[in-house]
Ligand binder design. Structure first.
Ligand code: SF4
Ligand code: SF4
Length: 404
């Protein structure tokens, strides 16, 4: 697709990058068949190709309408379209730029601004989020059903390993995950400890930047990334083998640090190194001997939900099923594995009705074979599905944290 940049964008980094990215699209429309929002609305403007056209229009006219903003907002950034596209379109990168440019052109209602501000400033601050969540959990039993379901129950934590193992890796504590599902990283610490690896939390590290960056607050997102790099760098220099994450949504952001900070002379090289060192917890376990863990696999059939970020952003489609099968778990048959559960970071709050329809479809696809539980790899998906699921939804690493 050829783009003639409007003078307002000509010679700007965002404009030039968006033009180059857009040129990869050959309008074939293959991506429509796998786009959850297009399948939901059947409106071309809610498809990848339609959104690429809307961004092209903005780049050429220098103007965007509320309609453009609405259709870009409705994108889940699930990146199903990138997996499908035969032309190698980097749609997610283009969408982030497009959302940033639209944000400069189109004002939002006071309510929308406030909600986005709250999401960015609460979710990306783990201590604040944890305090608010604890208050919500305290009054949870008194709340009406729909609201009660949105607040996850407080998890009961088990002791953490106390010794130091010969191998050391950094861990991303995350923001929502550290407060809402602390058992996930706890389980990772215990499992890796039994395999001779200690996970280190760097004081000062925090949100990976995804909440801000994907809500078009690019400068704040980049600041989150620089803060994490500063916190991790001394540990990297002293030999930490990897930066491990147990939330694929965060992992998908970490692998982009190198590209997003490539223009920053002070951080470009460090950001590239951080991206190279980033590993999903499953990637760390792949080369390990899981027999050493003597896992209790008698939990019934497990339905695996591979989050979009794990399959479409990181290209690790088979990672979780492969590990669980190797560990001895019986997997349930599932369908439509490529489709998003509707969580998509803050999407479940900002686009609640589409998100809920997608969740219902996903739960039907996961539970047709009557599994005893659902295992996923991302906190957002876990909480979103657990709110209405009629069986437990866990992070898969918790399943490996059980002894016979
Ligand atoms: S599949 Fe790729 S090239 Fe084809 S319309 Fe979609 S984004 Fe464009
Ligand atoms: S990222 Fe997902 S929702 Fe957005 S256009 Fe691509 S397939 Fe559709």
């Amino acid at each position: 697709m050829h783009v003639e940049l409007h003078p307002v964008y000509a010679g700007t980094r965002a404009g030039d990058t968006a033009r180059d990215l857009t040129s990869a699209c050959v309008h074939c429309g293959f991506c429509l068949a796998t786009c959850p929002t297009y399948l939901d609305s059947r409106d071309e403007r809610d498809s990848p190709r339609g959104r690429i056209y809307l961004i092209k229009q903005l780049l050429e006219t220098g103007e965007a309408s509320e309609q453009t903003q609405t259709h870009l907002d409705r994108c889940l950034t699930c990146l199903n379209c990138e997996t499908t596209c035969p032309s190698g379109m980097r749609y997610g990168r283009l969408l982030d730029i497009g959302r940033g440019l639209v944000q400069q052109q189109v004002s939002r209602s006071a309510y929308s601004k406030m909600l986005r501000w709250l999401l960015r400033n609460v979710l990306s601050r783990p201590q604040l989020f944890a305090a608010l969540l604890a208050m919500g959990q305290a009054v949870r039993p008194l709340l009406p059903g729909a609201l009660r379901n949105k607040i996850p129950r407080r998890q009961v934590r088990k002791p953490l390993p106390t010794g130091q193992q010969p191998r050391r890796m950094l861990v991303l504590e995350g923001c929502a995950q550290s407060a809402a599902t602390p058992n996930t990283n706890d389980a990772a610490r215990r499992v890796l400890d039994r395999l001779g690896i200690t996970l280190i939390s760097a004081p000062g590290a925090g949100c990976c930047g995804a909440v801000n960056y994907h809500l078009a607050a690019h400068d704040d997102g980049l600041d989150n990334m620089r803060r994490n790099i500063d916190a991790w760098w001394p540990y990297i220099e002293s030999g930490a083998e990897a930066i491990v994450n147990c939330a694929s949504g965060c992992g998908a952001m970490l692998v982009e640090y190198g590209e997003l900070l490539a223009h920053d002379g002070a951080y470009a090289e460090k950001a590239k190194r951080v991206s190279q060192l980033t590993r999903d917890i499953g990637e760390v376990l792949l080369p390990e001997d899981l027999d050493k863990l003597a896992i209790n696999t008698a939990v019934g059939r497990v339905a695996v939900h591979t989050p979009c970020t794990l399959q479409h952003a990181l290209g690790l489609n088979s990672l979780v099923p492969e590990l669980l099968e190797r560990a001895g778990f019986e997997l349930a048959t599932t369908t439509d594995e490529h489709l998003c559960c509707g969580s998509a970071g803050t999407y479940s709050i900002l686009q609640a009705s589409i998100s809920e329809r997608l969740r219902d479809q996903k739960l039907r696809a996961l539970t047709g074979d009557a599994p005893a539980l659902i295992a996923t790899a991302n906190v957002g998906c876990q909480l979103h599905m657990q709110a209405v699921a009629d069986r437990p939804v866990v992070h898969w690493i918790e399943l490996l944290d059980t002894a016979k």
